[in-house]
Design a protein around this ligand. Structure first.
Ligand SMILES: Cc1cc2nc3c(=O)[nH]c(=O)nc-3n(C[C@H](O)[C@H](O)[C@H](O)COP(=O)(O)OP(=O)(O)OC[C@H]3O[C@@H](n4cnc5c(N)ncnc54)[C@H](O)[C@@H]3O)c2cc1C
Ligand code: FES
Length: 259
C-alpha cells in the first residue's frame, strides 16, 4: 500500500454521469491486482476537505497508468469529474484483497452492474492472457449508461442488458445469467446489493465457486474504523481489509436470506 500522487492524463465522459480517469501513478500500478481499489482524496493536494477519501476500484492497469471508472453521485466524484490533464490526485492504495480464481477455471463468467464492471474488466485483463475464456454479462439502467466495448478487451464475450430495454437484452442482468451458468467453471460479480442478492439466490444450489466484490460506505479504508463491516459465515468482516472480494457462499448464508 502506498500514499502516492497520481497525475491525470485524461478524464473522459463515457456515459451519462460516468467518467474514465487515466492517471500516471507508478507506485500504485506496480502492485495492483484486480478487485483492489484506491482511496482517493477528492480535494486539492494538502487539503483535508472533504475529510474522507472515496474508494474507487481499478478498471485497468497498463504500465505506469491506472484507469478509474466512476459515476458522479455526490461531492467527491463531482470534484473528480472537474479534473483535467496535468492535475494531481492524492491516492492511497492499492487496498483490499483481490479476486483469486481456482486453478482449474477455464471458463469465467463475470456478472456486473453499472460501475461494478470496473474490477471485473481488470480481472478479465489478468486472466485472458492465461487462456481463460471470459463472458461478461453487464446490466445498466439505460443505453446512455452502457460502457462501450472499446473499454474492454475484445476477447471478452460482452452481453449488455438494460433495465429499460434501450440497448441489448431488456430486463435485469441476473435474467441473463442462467443461460451461461452451465458453461462457467467460476463466477465473479460486482454491482448493487439487489443484483448480488439475486445472484446469491440463483446460485443457491450450485457448487460452482463464486466471488463477489462488495461496495460499502468507508472511512479509513485500512481496517481501523470498522465503518465498513459486513456479517459473513466466518464472523464480522471489514470490506476494506478482509474484502472487498468475498466468496458468495460466505455472504449468502447470512445476508441474502435477510432480504
Ligand atoms: C471497494 C469499493 C469500490 C468502489 N468502486 C467504485 C468505482 O469503481 N466507481 C464508482 O463510481 N464508485 C465506486 N465505489 C463507490 C464510491 O466509493 C462512491 O460512489 C463514492 O464514495 C461517492 O462519493 P461522493 O462524495 O461522490 O458521494 P457522497 O456525497 O459521499 O454520496 C452520494 C451518494 O452515493 C452513495 N454512496 C456513497 N458511497 C457509497 C458506497 N461506498 N457504496 C454505495 N453507495 C455509496 C451515498 O449513499 C449517496 O446516496 C466503490 C466503493 C467501494 C467500497
Ligand atoms: S473503512 Fe475503516 S475499517 Fe473499513
Amino acid at each position: 500500500m502506498e500514499l502516492a500522487i497520481g497525475t491525470v492524463r485524461a478524464n473522459q465522459a463515457v456515459g451519462e454521469g460516468l467518467f474514465v480517469m487515466s492517471l500516471d501513478c507508478h507506485a500504485i500500478a506496480r502492485n495492483a491486482r484486480a478487485g483492489q481499489f484506491v482511496h482517493v482524496r477528492c480535494g486539492p493536494i494538502g487539503s483535508s476537505d472533504p475529510l474522507l477519501r472515496r474508494p474507487i476500484s481499478l478498471l485497468r492497469v497498463a504500465g505506469e497508468r491506472i484507469d478509474l471508472y466512476y459515476d458522479v453521485v455526490g461531492r467527491g466524484t463531482r470534484y473528480l469529474a472537474g479534473l483535467g490533464p496535468g492535475d494531481s490526485v492524492d491516492l492511497l492504495g492499492p487496498l483490499g484483497r483481490p479476486f483469486a480464481l481456482s486453478r482449474a477455471t477455464r471458463n469465467l463468467l463475470l456478472v456486473g452492474g453499472g460501475i461494478g464492471l470496473a474490477p471485473l474488466a481488470m480481472l478479465a485483463d489478468e486472466v485472458l492472457s492465461r487462456g481463460i475464456a471470459v463472458t461478461l454479462v453487464a446490466g445498466f439502467r439505460t443505453a446512455a449508461r452502457v460502457l462501450a466495448p472499446e473499454w474492454l478487451d475484445p476477447r471478452i464475450e460482452y452481453e449488455v442488458v438494460t433495465d429499460d430495454g434501450s440497448l441489448g437484452r431488456p430486463g435485469r442482468v441476473t435474467d441473463a445469467v442462467p443461460a451461461y451458468l452451465p458453461w462457467a467453471d467460476e463466477v465473479a460479480a460486482c454491482g448493487p446489493a439487489p443484483m448480488l442478492t439475486a445472484l446469491g439466490r440463483l446460485m443457491q444450489d450450485s457448487a460452482k465457486p463464486a466471488q463477489v466484490s462488495l461496495e460499502e460506505r468507508m472511512g479509513c479504508g485500512m481496517g481501523v474504523c470498522l465503518s465498513c463491516v459486513v456479517r459473513t459465515d466466518a464472523g464480522v468482516k471489514r470490506v476494506c481489509r478482509d474484502g472487498p472480494v468475498f466468496p458468495l457462499r460466505a455472504l449468502r448464508e447470512v445476508q441474502w436470506r435477510q432480504n
